[in-house]
Ligand binder design. Structure first.
Ligand code: PHE
Length: 441
């Protein structure tokens, strides 16, 4: 195992590192627009059930696999069973794809941070500001490069720990601020309908599509089905209680997503009207400036908010880049520098396509989607479910859940064994299988 990195200092250190990876743009940018688009309350209900069952079970399984195999994702599955080595390979491609467009959105966050800090709140509030910005050629590319440059420098200098520590200090501020702004947004006149839409499940809106969306959001938000937690697992000490760590990570991640939803969805009803509910990836960039604009001191609050979001996005992007670099380094037996250059090159090429796909390349559509949506779709809706289903089949029917339960119990009691076994053997593979197949009909 790569011994240039040491183990996590203990349960707390592990929870912090895994939460830093989990809490990011998935909670802040992706969750609200996906929840809004797929029926609000019904999406929320499915999402919570999936986090508690499939999400937590897969998190536990991945960490336990990493700790048991004690090596990086590329070889973790191979070490346990040669026939499943391919899971390691797909799991390495996913973070590479996600990293590329993640940094494009990170760039958008930076642009908004700059606009708010310069007090350009009026212009940002304009309905067409976002669409105009992302359809330009150079400006979004430049912000994308600044974002990926920041991630690369931190990973290159090996100062992730410092960044993670400072982001840990900042995270509580993000939580407090989101609660505060969400509270404010919920009391805006006309917000009630939005709150009802978001919190009250409407069962007529249930569809396999909403389940697929909730499932891929669960994987994305908890950073599962892409090797990250397997990699982290290898650095978790045998006496670190992974069951309670997983509980804390999942609760923290879900609470942040839920509150951000409360900040954004009622605001859609107030400022844009119900018809804009399926606005898509631009949702937070269109609604939040309006919320801040309506507050006293909005430019300042907006600046602080986007700064905190930038930190949250940075720590997640670091974990994505680390995973890809580790795997390339391991696979090609290269030094860290060439592995980093390869990772950055891939991210720059794919990321530029995602960025330009909203502008000069907007006439090119893949399966009807622009590049960014396509990369998001194939990583989240195809590759991650495939990885997850293969992982479940591997654990459920080849490695056997008992092997991982023994590993998990090395560090403490595991009461929800039955849920774990049911999720891994039946619930998760059947649900994921139906959802995956349904996409093709
Ligand atoms: N979980 C992160 C988020 O919600 C995104 C991410 C996905 C990070 C995969 C690392 C790995 O923003």
């Amino acid at each position: 195992m790569n011994n240039s990195r040491s183990s996590f200092s203990g349960k707390f250190g592990f929870i912090l590192a895994a939460s830093a990876s989990a809490v990011g743009l998935g909670n802040i940018w992706r969750f609200p627009y996906v929840a809004a688009k797929y029926g609000g309350g019904i999406f929320l209900l499915i999402y919570m059930i999936l986090v508690l069952t499939v999400g937590c079970s897969l998190m536990l399984a991945e960490i336990a696999i990493g700790r048991k195999a004690d090596c990086c994702i590329l070889d973790a599955f191979k070490t346990l069973d040669k026939r499943f080595a391919f899971i390691g390979v797909i799991s390495t491609i996913i973070p590479a794809v996600i990293l590329s467009y993640y940094c494009v959105i990170g760039g958008w966050i930076l642009k908004y941070l700059a606009e708010f800090s310069l007090c350009h709140i009026q212009s940002v509030t304009d309905n067409s500001f976002f669409a105009n910005f992302i359809s330009q050629t150079w400006s979004p590319l430049l912000w994308f490069i600044i974002f990926i440059g920041s991630v690369s420098i931190i990973v290159y200098l090996g100062i992730e720990k410092g960044v993670e520590r400072s982001s840990k200090l900042l995270m509580p501020f993000l939580v407090v601020l989101t609660f505060f702004v969400a509270g404010y947004a919920c009391f805006l006149p006309g917000a009630k309908e939005g709150i009802i839409y978001y919190l009250k499940p409407d069962f007529t809106k249930f569809s396999l599509e909403s389940m697929l969306a909730a499932m891929s959001q669960t994987f994305y938000s908890l950073s599962i089905a892409m090797g990250i937690l397997v990699n982290y697992g290898a650095y978790v000490k045998k006496n670190t209680d992974i069951v309670s760590s997983v509980k804390y990570i999942a609760i923290f991640d879900t609470v942040i997503a839920l509150v951000i939803g409360l900040m954004v969805i009622p605001a859609v009803f107030v400022f844009l009207g119900e018809d804009s509910i399926s606005a898509g990836p631009g949702l937070i960039f269109i609604t939040l400036p309006k919320v801040f604009n309506s507050m006293k001191g909005g430019a300042f609050i907006g600046t602080v908010f986007f700064l905190l979001v930038f930190f949250a996005a940075l720590t997640s992007a670091i974990s994505l880049m680390e995973t890809v670099v580790d795997s390339i380094q391991y696979k090609f037996r290269t030094k860290r520098k060439p592995a980093m250059f390869m990772t950055i090159a891939i991210a720059l090429v794919l990321g530029s396509l995602s960025s330009l796909g909203n502008g000069i390349l907007s006439s090119i559509k893949i399966m009807g989607m622009d590049f960014l949506s396509f990369f998001d779709y194939i990583s989240n809706n195809i590759m991650m479910p495939v990885t997850a289903i293969c992982t479940c089949i591997f654990i459920g029917y080849f490695l056997k859940p008992k092997t991982l339960i023994d590993e998990i119990e090395l560090s403490g009691p595991f009461k929800a064994k039955a849920v774990f076994v049911l999720s891994i053997k039946y619930f998760a593979p059947i649900c994921i299988g139906i959802i995956l197949i349904s996409q093709f009909f």
